[in-house]
Each structure stands twice: as C-alpha cells, then as structure tokens.
Ligand binder design. Structure first.
Ligand SMILES: Nc1ncnc2c1ncn2[C@@H]1O[C@H](COP(=O)(O)OP(=O)(O)OP(=O)(O)O)[C@@H](O)[C@H]1O
Ligand SMILES: C[C@@](O)(CCO)CC(=O)[O-]
Ligand SMILES: [Mg+2]
Length: 397
C-alpha cells in the first residue's frame, strides 16, 4: 500500500511555431512555461480511490474492487504502445455516467483519469488506494498545454504508485527528477492520456511537459534545442473558450477538402519552424535588438498561415492589431480558435511601451502577463519546497 504523501508538477508550454502542422508530421518548436500543474498524492482509505480536480469541478471516489472488475473487462491488453480503443472508452463512459460524445472539461478529465489509472495498473500493479488532487496555475483549454500537464502528472503519479518507476526524492531533498528511461515511460503514458482528451495529438505538448526546456518535435522525435536565447514573451489570454480536439479535427477536414491548397501552407509552416530554429541557435544568449526583426516576421507570416488553416478567431485578430499598434508582433499559440497569443518583446522595448500594450489588451477584456520560458519538466517536490500559494491550493481536500 502507498504510504507517502508527495507532490509532483509538470509545466505548461508555449508553441513558438508549428502548431497543427506538427499533427501532420511537420516540425514544431516548443518551450516549457513557468506555469505548472501540481498533483498531490496521498495514501487513501483502504479499498478507495479518490480524485479531486478543482479546476474542472470533479470530485469522485470509487471502490477499488469495483474498478478492478471494470479493469478486467476493458484493460486486458493495455500497453503504452496502444491507443485507447473506442470500446474501452465507451465502457469507461458508461461506468462513469458520461454521455457518449460528451466533451465538457470534467467529462474528458474523468475519462482520461480512469483510462490511465486502469491501463497503468493493469500493466504494472494493482488499482491503488490513494487520494489524488490536481490543481493548476494554467488556464484550462487556453492553448498552454493544460491537458498535457495534467496527463504528465497523472502518468508520473500512477506509474510511481504501481512501482513501474522509482520515487527518486530522497529524505532532505527539495526536488528530484526521474531517469531518462523513466521519463520516456511517463511521456508514453501521458500521450495516451492526451489521446483520450484530444483524439489525435501530435505528442509535442506531453513531450515538453515531461522534458521541459526548449525542444524541436517532429513525428515523435524529440530534440532539445542546442541554445535558446533569453526571450521575453508577453502571453495574452483572450479568454475565448475552445477545444483542441475540435480545432485539430477542423484542420484535418480542410486538408482533406483542399489538399493542393493546404499542403503548401503546412510546408511553409514547417520551413518557418526550421528557419526559426537556426536563428535561435545562432543568437547570443542575450540577444540585442537587431536579432529580432526576422523572428517578428516569422510570427506575422505564421499567424496568417494559421488563419488560412481556419484556427484564427476575431479575438486573436484583435490581439495582433492591438500589439501592432505598439510596434509589437504576435501570433496565436497552441490550438488557436481563441485561447492565448504570444507577443515577442525585443530587448529595446521600453517598460512604458510594454505597460501601454498590456493596458490596451486588458481594455479588450484580455488577461496578459510576461513570462519566462524554458522551465524544468515533470518534477517531484518535497512539501517544504513549495510556495505558500501552491501549498494553500493543494490543502483543499
Ligand atoms: N487542471 C486540470 N484538471 C483536470 N483536467 C484538466 C486540467 N487542465 C486541463 N484538463 C483537461 O484538459 C482539457 C483541455 O485540453 P485542451 O487540449 O482542449 O486545452 P489545452 O491543453 O489547455 O490547450 P492546447 O492543447 O491548445 O495547448 C480540459 O477539457 C480537461 O479535460
Ligand atoms: C494544435 C496542436 O498542434 C498543439 C496544441 O497545443 C495539437 C497537437 O500538436 O497535439
Ligand atoms: Mg491540450
């Protein structure tokens, strides 16, 4: 029986270039964000598994013998190399009382939890008697990888409880990370969780949530960027809700309808990602203003391409117009359709100019904040290493 209380966290991400195109095998460049999802794992009452997801209003608890019986029905051949099947997901929906086709955040979050819990425990151990609470600093469904950070935390916690990976945090240490091999396993299972939520994810978001830093991702191949300069980025949340699953499906439909028109757009996005990688790797650690015009042009071109793919939104157009009126360049990030945009802040942007842009964005009803990129991937924490804010949020039971 699991006897320790532990907290783990995974970062959200910003996609600099390559969203959507990456689902079709093109290159994406993504960086981990300094906003994280936290999972508190506690021993539970014997024979009970409980999950609390305050961000999406879920609080559920099940008898483990009941879950074991369900697992016997659906999880005989569960493996991280296999996607969840429609039959498995139907059985989980029926068990959890979720209507077919339900796509509300709480339904998808519960489904992903049940799938990962039963599939991981079927392969590595018993259904655990634990209490799990997940709380996030990330806005849900806004393009910053909240689904992947959730799936990465769940994979790490469930694999650890089932004994498939170690618990690397030694007494007296404040944080610890897993070995490369263990991270690979966490990433594979997190991808399965993303499949439950997204339908057809590329895997870039869970890769960033697992490894952190800045990386190039293409068709499952993860390559850390050699050198990434310190980039100042303004993140703006338009607060327009959207679903990555729906947007990814829409792009697929458009490509099937107009392949000769859409495929060159995907190729151009791929070229932008590759050129951007070369520029970033050639830039000094603290770049001066003359390095920025090319990066800014890449943002502008890609934003047009994403509009052509059909994942723009009037709120994102507004965001780009407002920042352009302050001579700043923006693009959507993540799945688009609302959610977040990113704005590049060259080093010669004066603090009053940033403040003025922020004020105008807030006047549109948006929320914005400056961010650091390149945060660490999935991490185990001792409670004393967590900030008072996180501890307070995790104290809700
Ligand atoms: N803190 C959380 N707790 C539980 N479920 C969450 C949490 N954060 C996200 N989710 C799940 O992820 C879904 C949102 O995923 P979605 O992929 O649509 O958006 P995103 O990951 O924030 O954006 P993007 O994929 O564009 O980066 C929610 O509907 C919910 O099911
Ligand atoms: C839109 C998309 O490219 C990025 C979502 O953050 C989907 C994916 O890669 O899974
Ligand atoms: Mg997502």
């Amino acid at each position: 029986m699991w006897a320790r209380e532990l907290v783990m966290s995974a970062p959200g991400k910003v996609i600099l270039h390559g969203e959507h195109a990456v689902v079709l095998g093109k290159v994406a460049l993504a960086v981990a964000l300094d906003l994280r999802t936290f999972l508190r794992l506690r021993p539970g009452a014997e024979g009970r598994l409980s999950v609390s997801l305050p961000g999406v209003g879920v609080r559920r608890s099940w008898d483990t013998p009941e879950l074991r019986a369900l697992r016997g029905r659906i999880a005989a051949d569960c493996d991280e190399s296999k996607p969840p099947s429609l039959e498995q997901l139907d059985a989980l929906r029926e068990f959890a009382g979720i209507a077919a086709g339900a796509s509300a955040p709480e339904s998808l979050a519960t489904l992903a939890f049940l799938y990962m819990c039963l599939a991981i425990s079927a392969k590595y151990g018993d259904v655990p008697s634990v209490d799990i609470l997940v709380w996030s600093e990330l806005p849900t469904g806004a393009g910053l990888g909240s689904s992947a950070a959730y799936a990465v935390c769940l994979a790490a916690a469930l694999l650890m409880v089932c004994g498939a990976i170690s618990c690397p945090l030694q007494e007296g240490e404040s944080t610890a990370r897993w070995t490369e091999e263990e991270l690979t396993l966490i990433n594979s299972w997190a991808f399965r969780g993303e499949q439950v939520i997204h339908g057809n994810p590329s895997g870039v978001d869970n890769a960033v949530g697992t490894w952190g830093g800045a990386l190039r991702y293409q068709a499952g191949k993860i390559t850390p960027l050699k050198r990434v300069p310190t980039l100042r980025i303004l993140l703006t949340n338009t607060k327009v809700p959207r679903s990555t699953k729906v947007l990814v499906a829409g792009v697929k439909e458009k490509i099937l309808k107009f392949p000769a028109i859409m495929n060159p757009v995907l190729d151009s996005i791929d070229a932008i990602s590759q050129e951007c990688q070369s520029v970033l790797e050639a830039m000094p650690a603290n770049p001066s203003p003359e390095h920025y015009p090319v990066l800014e042009e890449f943002f502008d071109i890609n934003q047009h391409h994403l509009n052509v793919l059909g994942v723009g939104h009037p709120s994102l157009d507004r965001l780009c117009q407002v920042t352009a009126s302050h001579s700043l360049h923006s693009k959507l990030t993540g799945a688009g359709g609302g959610g977040c945009g990113i704005t590049l802040l060259p080093p010669d942007t004066s603090p009053p100019a940033v403040e003025a842009a922020k004020q105008d964005l807030c006047a549109c009803g948006f929320e914005c904040w400056e961010t650091k990129i390149g945060a660490p991937g999935v991490t185990l924490h001792s409670c004393c290493s967590l900030s008072a804010r996180v501890l307070h949020a995790l104290a809700q039971s």
